[in-house]
Design a protein around this ligand. Structure first.
Ligand code: ADP
Ligand code: GLC
Length: 475
């Protein structure tokens, strides 16, 4: 077994703000059959420390960015964990990234530098009981790991950085370089400098042995100006070390035949009861068109404005919309107003159980994202015969087979894709959706195709295992 430490700022089911948590939480079980023993290092947020079942101190860090810390090891939710018990950094209210007024915690650079520092320390053998051969770092929060490893003495683990979303760079002022324990000589184009600031993400992108992202199409997009968010040059520079490995979903949690949140079903026909129950719950009446559901963070990335703009066309065709989400207050407000329409239901908030009922009960799931590194809700939709209507970008391009005339002729379509990502083309996609929905045979064929599509971790776990294997081989 190859020993791998996953270094991340969130991990389902313990602490989650988005798909990153799902992926970090799923990888250890997915990778075990592929030959990797993976532990996860997390900040010791209250939710993590209280879930730790058999925590014991692996080592102590007397001065971790402003205070003493104990590094605990133990188990929680079936995962092998390391948690950083450092109250000065992680014991606070608000969310894991934001204070109670919704602003980034001012000491986020130090908080996640601390996560990276401890990742590097474990990689260098700080826990005598277990030393990983690979440090698998996720997003900017673990971006400094490779730099810290490089500066420490001794045999070194290999490093992999996975980009889940290049929009978040983890920027800090240049003046913080000494405090963040970074090498000032690396504050340049070839290191962690980004337009005069320190970028934790760029640090990792420049220094990790291998880079991955969460779909093959996003890997290509990252190298373009349109999607690289200023780091496309870096991605092109690292092109030979970059690969796209698609996310999977937890097929036990997202299984229409066993889902504890719904009246279960195995075939498209069985979905009817789930839809009836959902409509009753949300106060939606009978309609001629499809019930479209959306489960998402409400941000610019997710194309909520495009959805609001083109919604009248869906409603005019007899369609319905149900949204579950939270985020940007402007979008929340606009959605609440839209919910005055009898064919629209909006629930603002985060609700795991309702997300299952919505994905099970909807006819279609909408993901009109401007960019989407992988996306998970379209995968849930496939599994439940809830036809994905998605923008043709990133992982959405890689996981849905568009109902093009050719795909329809041979009967392999699983959903609808639209491009460019504009309100006009979303309007056209709504028309296609309603046309397909109106022909039950055609629609059910797509549902059956969707439900058969593999959406688990098997293939991707093998790809990660292969990457680890290449890196762990002695030089
Ligand atoms: P991202 O990570 O960009 O937010 P993903 O599609 O990869 O997008 O993952 C989002 C995850 O968060 C999915 O598991 C989705 O079901 C979940 N999710 C998002 N918003 C909500 C919500 N309001 N209630 C419940 N689950 C949500
Ligand atoms: C990010 C992306 C999303 C992806 C998730 C897990 O949050 O926005 O597309 O599915 O990470 O990799």
């Amino acid at each position: 077994m190859i020993r791998v430490l996953s270094v991340a700022s969130e991990c389902a089911p313990l602490v989650k703000t988005g798909g990153l948590a799902d992926v970090v939480g799923a990888l250890p079980a997915a990778l075990a059959p592929a030959g990797a023993e993976m532990r996860v290092l997390l900040p010791g947020y209250p939710a993590v420390l209280s879930a730790l079942e058999d925590g014991k101190v692996a080592f102590e860090e007397p001065d971790l960015f402003g205070g003493a810390a104990r590094i605990l090891t133990g188990h929680a939710a079936g995962l092998s964990l390391y948690a950083i018990d450092a109250p000065h950094l992680f014991d606070r209210g608000g969310s894991i990234y934001l204070d109670t007024s919704g602003r980034d915690w001012p000491d986020n650079p130090e908080r996640f530098a601390a996560l990276s520092w401890i990742g590097a320390r474990i990689g260098m053998g700080a826990d005598p009981g277990w030393t990983p051969q690979i440090l698998h770092c996720h997003d900017w929060q673990a971006g400094f790991v490779p730099d810290y490893v490089a500066a420490m003495d001794g045999p070194k683990p290999a490093t992999v950085l996975t980009v889940h979303n290049i929009a978040f760079h983890g920027l800090a002022a240049e003046s913080l370089i000494p405090e963040l324990r970074l090498d000032p000589d690396r504050f340049d184009r070839d290191g962690f400098e980004f337009w005069g600031k320190v970028s934790a993400l760029k640090a990792g992108l420049m220094a990790a042995d291998k880079l991955t992202t969460v779909s093959p199409t996003y890997a290509e997009e990252l190298m373009t100006e349109d999607f690289g968010m200023g780091l496309d040059g870096v991605m092109r520079y690292r092109r030979d070390d970059l690969s796209g490995i698609l996310n999977g979903i937890d097929e036990d949690v997202w299984n229409p035949a066993t889902d504890r949140h719904i009246k279960t079903f195995k075939t498209p026909r069985g979905k009817a009861a789930a839809k009836t129950a959902l409509c009753r719950e949300l106060g939606l009446g009978e309609a001629q068109g499809p019930l479209c559901v959306v489960v998402t963070r409400l941000t610019e990335q997710k194309g909520i404005d495009l959805l609001l703009e083109s919604l009248p066309n869906l409603l005019a065709r007899g369609g319905q919309l149900a949204v579950l989400g939270s985020g940007n207050p402007t979008f929340e407000e606009a959605l609440r107003t839209t919910a005055n329409h009898p064919s629209v239901a909006v629930r603002i908030g985060y609700d795991e159980a309702l997300s299952h009922r919505m994905i099970a009960g909807g006819d279609a799931i909408l993901v009109p994202s401007r960019f989407e590194p992988c996306g998970l809700t379209q995968l849930y939709g496939l599994r439940y015969g809830t036809i994905p209507l998605v923008a043709m970008t990133g992982g959405l391009a890689d996981t849905v087979i568009n109902a093009s005339p050719a795909a329809m002729a041979v009967g392999v379509a699983t959903g609808i894709q639209f491009q460019p990502v504009t309100a006009d083309s979303l309007r056209a996609a709504f028309n296609r959706l309603c046309d397909l929905y109106a022909v039950p045979d055609v629609w059910q064929r797509m549902q059956r195709n969707a439900m058969k599509q593999p959406v688990g971790w098997e293939g991707s776990a093998a790809a990660y295992a292969q990457l680890y294997g290449e890196l762990a081989r002695p030089a």
